[in-house]
Ligand binder design. Structure first.
Ligand code: NAP
Length: 252
């Protein structure tokens, strides 16, 4: 694959999938802005990238906040150069059955996933359209197809798929592609918290999940980073508006 050094932003890059994506993009030769709620929490990822000879910047921002999202993109452009790769990965869960779900549970999830992706993308696309090149990757989920206890999260992740397709339609003529990745179960702090919430030891929880997955294992953050690397590559310019399920099998 041909490679060219670009400036990338990875939201929620302090840990989990975002950290693996940030490290992978740095390995591909891109300068990477690691964005997360708390700037100091990004330092681990930045240090790992720098130790491996890569170039990274820690940026603290709540992606759901209009001013913070714009300021984060402005800072990246000032320090690293115009960002032309954006991975909207920041996420939270507030799971509950519908009858117990509060408005705050609903709003929190919508705010990070949908509003955060909208705000970061609106700010970053200005640089991409100017450069006549860009790659946007949004993290959806198999939960977009429906998942008990996740009416808020499922709605947000399905919404992201619609947003992705519309971005592909609007931005294609500027050389910008937009695609979504819908992971199945990936072992991270997010899924570990779910195991804790339902009171199942983490190793047992993963084993039970793996038994339902055709490739007979749970996913790891690097599985998602591999898919991101494909979508953001120079050679993927004719792939846009797609949703790829990275779930170890054909069914979500
Ligand atoms: P994670 O370990 O919980 O990491 C998410 C990161 O996003 C955290 O560092 C978190 O910061 C950050 N974040 C939360 N709200 C933010 C905000 N408003 N602004 C900036 N950063 C924020 O989650 P993960 O498992 O790596 O998941 C990454 C993405 O993949 C999410 O969008 C998730 O929905 C999606 N996904 C995950 C799975 C899975 O099985 N793990 C499956 C399907 C989809 P704090 O630590 O400070 O909260």
């Amino acid at each position: 694959m041909s490679t060219e050094s670009r400036v990338a932003i990875v939201t929620g890059g302090a840990r989990g999938i975002g950290a693996a994506v940030a490290q992978r993009l740095a390995k591909e030769g891109h300068a990477v802005a690691v964005v997360d709620l708390d700037e100091s929490s990004c330092e681990d990822t930045v240090t790992r990238i720098t130790k491996d000879g890569g170039h990274a910047l820690a940026v603290g921002a709540d992606v759901g906040n209009t001013e913070a999202a714009q300021a984060a993109v402005d800072r990246v452009a000032d320090v690293l150069g115009p960002p032309t790769i954006l991975v909207n990965n920041a996420g939270v869960t507030r799971d509950n059955l519908l009858f117990k779900m509060t408005e705050q549970d609903w709003d929190t999830v919508m705010n990070v996933h949908l509003r955060g992706t909208f705000l970061m993308t609106r700010a970053a696309q200005a640089h991409m359209t100017k450069a006549k090149w860009g790659r946007i990757v949004n993290l959806s989920s198999t939960s977009a197809l429906g998942n008990r206890g996740q009416s808020n999260y499922s709605a947000a992740k399905a919404g992201l798929q619609g947003l992705t397709k519309t971005l592909a339609i609007e931005l294609g003529k500027f050389g910008v592609t937009a695609n979504a990745i819908a992971p199945g179960f990936i072992a991270t702090e997010m899924t570990k918290a779910t195991a804790e919430r339902v009171g199942v030891p983490w190793e047992d929880y993963k084993k039970n999940v793996a038994a339902q997955i055709p490739v007979a294992r749970v996913g790891v953050p690097e599985d998602i980073a591999n898919a991101v690397a494909f979508f953001v590559s120079e050679d993927s310019g004719y792939v846009s508006g797609q949703v790829i399920y990275v779930a170890g099998g054909p069914k979500a």
